[in-house]
Design a protein around this ligand. Structure first.
Ligand code: C5P
Length: 264
């Protein structure tokens, strides 16, 4: 794959690994979706919220952790031919990323393309990958660090998730309640999801091959018979999907910037 000098540097992870005593930790952001449900006429990760694009906000959280030495790099998966990323993320930040135009038809295919590219560029089977939706722009560095601390000693890996607070109803075809689903032990999955590169490539590759509908990395790990660790995440780490989500996200970001005395 040829590097595109406009959008970011390429890495050789094996060189970086030689300087580290621990497995590397690399974030992988699938950013190749169309996001039609957002209704904005453009991919949701590029919509502007509180003065920055959604993916710009997301990247700032990860970049802060790189600056602290807790994360070793950030890789972004784009659709081949994507022209919007360069408009959505400032050059200084782009220079610190690895950008991979290997997006696929579904999120799982985009993640798969990204994992393959990371492996080609020297990331090892025992190195960690934190897969995070570009469209979850309210993630904060402290939550990322909590996930890393909770998972790095774990045999399987894990994910941020939130216990479900509401009573759940199953609907029938007419939109009426069929039954109530007990919510005990139910969690809503979020991202990042943190697994070793070798495990994730193996299970995701096999699940896609078998035609299993995979909506998150943990789903593929479960399908292969392993139990990812649930790490309690913040309620506002939601994925921007519907028009109202963008308004809610803007409010949260405005509140945060007021509380730290800056403008976004
Ligand atoms: O569409 P969905 O809400 O599942 O998207 C979640 C994340 O996955 C988004 O950041 C989106 O850009 C990404 N995605 C992708 N490739 C696809 C579909 C979604 O990278 N084909």
């Amino acid at each position: 794959m040829e590097p595109d000098s406009r959008i970011g540097r390429m890495s050789d992870w094996s060189i970086l690994r030689a300087t580290h005593r621990r497995p590397l930790r690399v974030a992988l952001l699938p950013c190749a979706g169309r996001g039609e449900r957002a209704g904005g006429g453009r991919p949701k990760q590029y919509v502007e919220v509180a003065g920055r694009s959604v993916v710009h906000w997301t990247l700032l959280a990860f970049d802060e952790l790189v600056g602290q030495g807790q994360l070793d790099g950030v890789a972004v998966v784009l659709s081949p031919g994507d022209e919007e990323f360069v408009q959505a993320v400032p050059p200084a930040l782009r220079e610190r990323l690895q950008v991979m135009p290997v997006g696929g038809a579904t999120r799982a295919h985009s993640v798969w393309g990204g994992l393959q590219a990371l492996a080609r560029e020297g990331l090892g089977d025992t190195d960690w990958v934190l897969v995070h939706d570009a469209a979850r722009c309210l993630i904060e560095p402290a939550e990322l660090l909590r996930l890393i601390v909770a998972c790095e000693g774990d045999a399987v890996g894990g994910l941020l998730a939130c216990p479900v607070p509401d009573t759940l109803k199953r609907a029938d075809a007419l939109g009426r309640v069929q039954d109530t689903v007990p919510r005990d032990h139910l969690w809503a999955a979020q991202t990042p999801q943190m697994f070793r590169l070798g495990l994730l490539r193996d299970v995701l590759g096999r699940a896609l091959q078998a035609g299993i509908p995979v909506t998150d990395e943990a789903g593929a790990v479960e399908w292969a018979g392993q139990a990812p660790k649930l790490v309690a995440g913040p309620a506002d780490n939601f994925k921007l999907t519907y028009p109202d989500d963008f308004r809610r996200a803007a409010e949260v970001l405005a509140r945060r910037s007021t509380s730290i005395g800056t403008t976004p």
